[in-house]
Design a binder for this molecule. Sequence first.
Ligand SMILES: [Cu+2]
Length: 122
Amino acid sequence: MTMTTIVVNAAGLAVIGFIVWWFWMSRGTARRADDDVPLTIVVEDGVYSPAHIEVQRDRPVVVRFLRKDPSPCAAKVIFTELGVSSDLPVGEAREVRLAPLRPGEYEFVCEMHMYRGLLSVK
Ligand SMILES: [Cu+2]
């Protein structure tokens, strides 16, 4: 194995590691919903911030999305298991209303699943 091969392989592994981290581990700790203030999620730079939110069971949920990313990738948010979606105009907050939910984990993504978030219902 030449030095170049080793460097290329190492770089490849680093990229794979980064992608794994990006998709599965970068969600961080959940932001919990307050009773009166709807959660605001900023859509920017390939991530939802926060990307992990937590709400209480059996209560209507309002999540406000503010899209800052002009890329068409971010134009829509979809709660896949719930069959709820919303268009997100750039720079204009949009509220997504969800019926009371049973405890569980519900994913929300952009159309291409590049943006990924998780709604935990407790
Ligand atoms: Cu996308």
